[in-house]
Design a protein around this ligand. Structure first.
Ligand SMILES: [Zn+2]
Length: 503
């Protein structure tokens, strides 16, 4: 996927904005219609009859299929509906292929509600609908790489590609599968982009190297990650530095709230709570400006998070491209650690990391937590549950101690799948520990602040990826170890034991 900014004058912007709004209205109309049909279908006798059939049976599936078909609850039904709404001035503003894709989105939202994956659908307000596109490069949004233009309906616009930018050059060598137009608000001003979904593999920066075949153990928490290699280990927060932006965002949110109250005193009870019912909110100029600032900050925070995730992922891959980590439920995390998870987005990070490992010729082993229980396991084979607050693994039986998360990561490194189960090779663990820099028995586990974990990537193991390889250049990877006392780096309630099935 590659994104380029569209170069256009005010007139072009206006036209794109009109199209975006037309697609938004079609989306809302289709969604509303699907909602109505779903409500009616659910009260129909056939639906009730289908519900009584045994679960996971073919007849139940077929019965529901018939009801859905009867009420037009399908992707095709949604497309028909959207086409029906596309009248008056809409055909001039829209492209039928894009309308189909918009209908598909509305259907997918409805489907989530139908299958109980979501409680309700969201209609898109003026600012909410930010992208539209087709599903091939023939009609709808059509990119012509040769001329450097994108055609949206009758509008032909140039996009800005920098031939010196290796990402751009790489992207434009590949066939465009399909594209979408995206609007981003930057400092309160709309900017337009064309995002292309391309064939082939993504560009790999020659400075990103990996040790092919080398294993890396990971232990993930809602806000923190521990990494262990055969000889070393470290842990760090997912997104160091994101906290500052978050604090600024909170200050702005409070200012917005104060401003809203000051401008609309009649909407509040004397005790400060909001009155019920429909009301018109007045927005002061100051309020509007603050809101733009907030949106800007949120966008920058998201960008910083993506960049930090990328750095961390590439750093982990320098140690090896065979990842060993426990399969965890990020959904459960979201429930328990909503705030930390929302800010650090571990699930997105893991997806990104695994994809990156694959493009570096490696892969990931997702360990079954229930079979292994790595956070409970000791070197001697004893199992003991830890409380979330216990940051150190300390065994009463054999006296072995280690930092909890790094220990889990090291165990994950030695866990593999054989004969249908996940097995931790404790003999291998014991052997590996003897020469391990950070987990070796009898050493002090938390050195002073600023201590670094150093991994020397040897020449022979360097696998260069991408064009212009750095093959043969030894690299030293440095990582700062977190201090034991640095509580502020961790989420409030202990932190990540939940991912390791140790509760
Ligand atoms: Zn033990």
């Amino acid at each position: 996927m590659a994104t380029f900014e569209v170069v256009t004058e005010a007139a072009g912007c206006r036209q794109l904005e009109t199209m975006r709004n037309a697609y938004r209205q079609l989306y809302n109309a289709t969604l509303g219609d699907l909602q109505r049909r779903l409500r009616r279908a659910r009260t129909a006798a056939e639906w009730a009859a289908a519900r009584l059939l045994p679960k996971d049976s073919d007849e139940r599936r077929q019965a529901f299929g018939r009801v859905r078909q009867q009420w037009g609850l399908s992707a095709a039904g949604a497309q028909k509906t959207a086409a029906r709404f596309c009248v008056g001035h809409f055909p001039k503003l829209t492209n039928s292929r894009v309308v189909q894709q918009v209908a598909k989105r509305a259907w997918q939202a409805t489907e989530r509600v139908m299958f109980g994956k979501a409680k309700r659908v969201r209609f898109k307000g003026r600012e909410d609908f930010t992208s539209f596109g087709g599903n091939d490069n023939q009609t709808g949004v059509v990119v012509s790489v040769g001329t450097g233009t994108v055609r949206v309906g009758k509008l032909v616009l140039a996009f800005a590609a920098d031939p010196d930018n290796p990402y751009h050059a790489h992207a434009l060598q590949h066939r465009v599968k399909y594209s979408r137009i995206i609007r981003r608000m930057i400092n309160g001003v709309p900017r337009w982009y064309v995002q292309m979904v391309l064939e082939g593999t993504p560009y790999r920066d020659p400075q990103h190297v990996t040790q092919a075949g080398e294993r890396v153990g990971l232990d993930l928490g809602p806000a923190k990650i521990a990494v262990a290699t055969a000889s070393d280990s470290f842990q760090q927060p997912f997104c160091p530095g994101l906290k500052q932006k978050q604090a600024e965002i909170r200050r702005l949110q409070r200012r917005l709230e104060r401003s809203r109250r000051a401008a609309n005193p009649e909407h509040y009870h004397p005790n400060g709570t909001v009155k019920k019912g429909r009301k018109v909110w007045r927005q002061s100029t100051r309020y509007r400006n603050l809101r733009i600032r907030l949106a800007n900050l949120e966008r920058r925070k998201a960008a910083q998070r993506t960049s930090l995730h990328g750095q961390l992922a590439h750093r982990i891959l320098t140690f090896g491209n065979q990842l060993h980590l426990e399969q965890v439920s990020y959904k459960a995390w979201q429930k328990w650690y909503g705030k930390a998870v929302g800010q650090q987005a571990p699930s997105g990070f893991v997806t990104h990391l695994i994809r990156l490992a694959a493009t570096h010729g490696g892969g990931a082993s997702l360990i079954n937590t229930f079979q292994t229980g790595l956070s409970q396991l000791c070197l001697c084979g004893a199992r003991r549950k830890k409380s979330l607050a216990e940051r150190t693994h300390s065994c009463p039986d054999c006296g072995f101690t280690a930092p909890r998360d790094e220990w889990s990561a090291f165990l994950a490194l030695h866990t593999g799948y054989s004969n249908g189960t996940w097995v931790t090779d404790l003999a291998g663990v014991a052997l590996g520990l003897q020469s391990h820099r950070t987990l070796r028995p009898g050493r002090e586990h938390y050195p002073g602040p600023g201590a670094v974990a150093v991994a020397v990537v040897g020449n022979d193991k360097l696998q260069a990826v991408g064009p212009g390889s750095t093959h043969g250049v030894p690299r030293v990877v440095r990582g700062v170890r977190t201090r034991a006392g640095e509580r502020n780096l961790e989420p409030p309630v202990g932190d990540n034991g939940c991912g390791s099935g140790g509760r």
